[in-house]
Ligand binder design. Sequence first.
Ligand code: 173
Length: 505
Amino acid sequence: SGSNGQAKRLLTAQEVAAHSSRESCWIIVHGNAYDVTNFLDGGSKIILKYAGKDATKEYDPIHPPDAITTNLKPDKHLGPVDRSTINQIALDDPMSEEEQARQARINSRPRLSEILNLHDFEAVARQVMPEKAWAYYSSAADDEITHRENHTAFHRIWFRPRILRDVTKVDWSTRILGHKSSMPVYITATALGKLGHPDGELNLTRAAAKHGLIQMIPTLASCSFDEIVNAADAGQVLFFQLYVNKDRSITKRIVQHAEGRGIKALFITVDAPQLGRREKDMRQKFDAEDPSEVSKAGQGNVDRSQGAARAISSFIDPALQWADLDWFRSITKMPLILKGVQSWEDALEAYDRGLAGVVLSNHGGRQLDFARSGVEVLVEVVSKLKEKRGLNFPNEKFQLFVDGGVRRATDVIKAVALGATAVGIGRPFLYAYSSYGPDGIDKALQILHEEFEMNMRLLGARTIAEIVPEMVDASNIHTHVVPVPMDNLYEGNYERLLGARLKEV
Ligand code: 173
């Protein structure tokens, strides 16, 4: 029966398929049919693409499971569809050549034992992930200069190891905002976790439990917030990343619900008043679009050409400002951290306003291109907050975090030496579970643990506290060496200049 209480006979997928137009648009999600004709006028014209079809695969990554039932009037819930008829249609729908090729690549993945570092997961992911999912996860803003710089910046920091210390035992566990963590790393928030694997963010929650890590739950997770919290072990520490809604009553409800469910810290994203242009992602959406469907759909108020991320991010409030922070303090007791601070001036302001910390981040290079790397900003923040407020780092009262470009324990150790409490890792964990499921993320964390053990020994640091600023040379950090991407306009548009050539023989 549907949620309007009337008993309903099972529909068949063929009956649903008859409603595939603007005038009557039905879709199937998780075995139930819905009449979404009215949604089409709300700008959700993308739905037309799935009119009359099973849209579960497309629906799942970008909607929490209850989105359709809460947003659609009960009389539009058409009830369950006979599964065998859905399966029959799926069988009749032959796998595209492209998808067959991808399945073949999945079958020839390297064994997990051959995966040696976090970069390897990225290399596998780009070959085995569905093209759209890869484009979304891997894309970054504009020319992707900041995206590349995030990792490159770590190459400008070198070690000054100490020798002849007894390093038989090394311990890289630490505390983040007062909570135990098995390493100075947390799993940072990334949207749309189900694009890479049907369990989405739950892969991260389970791995965090197993390895003693803290996960930051994203506002725009594919799983619902409660599903993620429910999947956590008793006592497992979770943080929450917040996009602030134009409608503050919604934000208030989300924040207080998070606090009620035991979330330990609120990371307010401040670097995305508007979503950056991720052109790799945008081109994908163009390519994937069936032009006839688009013209049928007409002009919507959500510009599909900007990609799925932009379409679902229109609720984010570009009016968010410093004065709003008092309001946050009035609605929650959770410690507040600003995620996406990019200058010492703003870090100082956050400190003066009593925040618990800041994440020095440029959103994985996905927002303002030519924003500096978090680890570079860390160096100036540490120096200026010492100069202006006499602060030393790491600091219990005001904690500095960095994310972006972290691929090795040595990257983490560099940030810790420079004063960070911990660093966030995002994409590498997505790539790990997108390539190998739960075993992949498990392996990624094992690799990090092994890298910590060896590198702390080689550095002569037995504990996190022994990783001191004197152990790194970051004197070159502000020298911006900008790699020009080889894979875009530059290479394609300009002919290579050639020297004098011999006549053809
Ligand atoms: O980086 C992102 O892709 C991101 O933060 C986001 C924001 C809104 C919707 C989807 C993703």
